[in-house]
Design a protein around this ligand. Sequence first.
Ligand SMILES: Cc1cc2nc3c(=O)[nH]c(=O)nc-3n(C[C@H](O)[C@H](O)[C@H](O)COP(=O)(O)OP(=O)(O)OC[C@H]3O[C@@H](n4cnc5c(N)ncnc54)[C@H](O)[C@@H]3O)c2cc1C
Length: 409
Amino acid sequence: MDLGLSADQLALQARARAFAREIARPRAAEIDATEQYPWDIVKALTGAGFVGMTIPTAYGGQGRSFLDAVLVIEEMAKCCTVTARIAVETNMGAISTVMAYGTDEQKRLAASLVLSGDKPAICITEPEAGSDTTAMSTRADRRGDRYVINGRKHWITGAGVSRLHLIFARVFDERGQELGIGGFLAVREENENLAKGPRMARREKTMGLRGMPEGELVFEDLEVPASMAVLPPSGFRRGFADLMNAYNSQRVGAGSVAMGIAAGALDLAVDWVKEREQFGRPIGEFQGLQWMLADMQTQLTASRLMLYAAARSRGSGSAFPDPMLAAQAKIFASEAAIRIVNDALQMFGARGYSRDLPLERMARDVRMFTIGGGTAQVLRTLVASRLLGWKLPQSRDGYVEDSRRLAAE
Ligand SMILES: Cc1cc2nc3c(=O)[nH]c(=O)nc-3n(C[C@H](O)[C@H](O)[C@H](O)COP(=O)(O)OP(=O)(O)OC[C@H]3O[C@@H](n4cnc5c(N)ncnc54)[C@H](O)[C@@H]3O)c2cc1C
């Protein structure tokens, strides 16, 4: 199928496919079993130029598009989900926020870390502030030329292994006046001023994606220079929604991982139904399975087209994918991928339930993508609110100012 990819993109895709099959796939089961972050894969990805691809050339990257990144992520996810997530977070998410809104100093810092293999962490979610991000209580108090951050985040991807952190916190000026929610860059174990954090308090016991640590981070009087505040042009008061745009790229990346896992599972199922015989013929001759395969392929194609469209929507006047396209693509691709992997596993019968095959791992890994980075329900609310042109009371995608408070000021 011609998906409008250029010769350069097809070559990139082929290179990523070869890397995924030769380097990532042989490690996938071990990464899952040992729950160890795969530094060898990070090194290989870095050497092959699959990290920091989207960083502009002026900062040492390749200036590649989000679609280029999606093509790479999809190939990695067919073979190893953890590898694919490293590819997401070194090309989208926090790094795209810094490249969009950061100062020259911040861009240089983030680019140098990512290009040397660091997977930045985005720190938003708190025990009492999940979907409702604006309920966060982590605070950043201005003290002279620094901000002092105190608070606790949980379910932070890369906790304990990431060096660069984009931490979201309520911002207070020297007089204790709240300015809004801002993002701050902090580098773990790098700067003597950061000796007090970010500190990993515990590692989450995850169902899947076990080689990628998810953890609780504590910030205790974590000092960051004021120059490390990532400030969109709209300032602290209105800037949170802009900063949260990081999630529009992250959503496309996450949807692409889900889609890639599904594509990998479908490939396995297609080979298997041709090989496995029951009732004297390959099980692929049964129409019951053929229609399942056709539905799987149809959902996969739809997911791929939506994700490519969302990735392509970046650039037309925005540094990020269109929020509506990104949300719809993530909802559809993540839900479809769960169904596709489940159906592929079913076609293997008892073997599908065995840890000898990758399907049970894929089924655990794929389950997260309707949760992390905005749940499928919250993204539906976002889509509905844009469709209706209303700010729905149960939707706060980004920092919505308290209009009464503002009006009173
Ligand atoms: C593997 C993984 C990695 C993650 N990585 C990160 C990370 O790197 N950084 C980070 O900051 N966070 C991260 N998260 C956290 C993630 O973003 C949150 O889990 C998510 O936003 C949902 O928050 P919650 O878990 O508190 O669920 P809740 O917000 O408590 O939601 C519980 C349920 O209620 C539903 N719900 C909530 N509000 C509404 C509404 N208005 N309408 C309809 N239904 C609603 C939800 O859809 C969900 O089904 C990660 C999560 C996972 C699982």
